[in-house]
Ligand binder design. Structure first.
Ligand SMILES: [Zn+2]
Ligand SMILES: [Zn+2]
Length: 271
């Protein structure tokens, strides 16, 4: 069924294409061909391309949100300001796309990825690097029932991010000190930090400051987070309980990158 659908679209495309070719004499404008490969790399692989202006001078962000789960306008403004502060990109555009709910009780990263393949419309062009962010209405499938490890967001390729907006809203509702814009902004800044290659995830550390946690075999391994207390890239900010603790301690202010994380970004083309 799905194959047939793809074939139908392909046929329609080819027909339109050959029509436009027939109707003109030589000077045919070919439809722009989308090359998705540059946006299908690993997390951190485009850190330098996002931070510096040597390959791309513009940043285009597509925020695809499940209806009713769009981030606040304040969040959009704060994230753009952050990006202009830590990268050399000064042309930062955001486009929004509303999507129906996939009607899941939880989402695996594989499912988030499938939704991206169906819905993403922005890809890198000659002067623009494109980032896709999905605001989900369902929590991560890795969350535990007691809620201690409720994941706020994740990155899963070089220009792909998911924000578990229902979990972020729960966090904002848990304290009068935490506004929804603050919870969204802090989560997005943290996840952008990973796309910028932090910590040791594509941007080499100038000085060692990567925290460690136990892997499945019980060994202590680097976990791509910062071991400095209060830093935006601290591992506890990945989860609702840790983010709540940090935001309350900071009286509702969004955590910032510490000096070590800033050094790493600057060494890889950041501002
Ligand atoms: Zn993280
Ligand atoms: Zn740090």
């Amino acid at each position: 069924m799905k194959l047939k659908y793809v074939f139908l679209i392909l046929t329609a495309f080819l027909t339109v294409y050959s029509c436009s070719k027939d109707s003109s004499d030589g000077g045919t404008e070919e439809p722009p061909k989308i090359n998705k490969t540059p946006n299908l790399q690993g997390t951190g692989d485009s850190a330098n391309d996002l931070l510096a202006n040597s390959t791309y001078t513009k940043l285009l962000i597509e925020i695809a949100y499940v209806e009713g789960f769009r981030p606040t306008a304040r969040t959009e403004a704060d994230v753009i300001e952050f990006l202009k502060e830590v990268t050399f990109k000064q042309d930062v555009q955001v486009i929004f796309k509303s999507l129906p709910s996939p009607k899941k009780t939880s989402l695996s990263l594989e499912e988030v990825d499938e939704l991206e393949q169906e819905n993403r419309t922005v890809y890198n062009t000659e002067d623009t690097i494109a980032v896709y962010i999905y605001f989900a209405d369902a929590p991560s499938d890795t969350d535990t029932p007691n809620g201690n490890s409720a994941t706020l967001g994740a990155v899963y390729r070089n220009t792909s991010m998911v924000i578990y907006e229902s979990t972020v809203r729960k966090l904002a509702n848990s304290s009068v000190l935490i506004s929804l814009a603050t919870a969204e902004t802090a989560t997005m800044h943290h996840e952008f930090g990973h796309l910028f290659g932090l910590v040791n995830l594509g941007s080499t550390m100038v000085n060692p400051h990567e925290s460690q946690s136990q892997n499945e075999e019980g060994q202590l391994v680097g976990d791509s987070h910062c071991d400095i207390d209060g830093c935006l890239m601290n591992a506890e900010l990945e989860f609702g309980s840790g983010m709540r603790k940090m935001l309350v301690a900071k009286n509702g202010a969004v955590p910032e990158l510490d000096a070590e994380c800033m050094l790493d970004l600057q060494a890889n083309g950041g501002r």
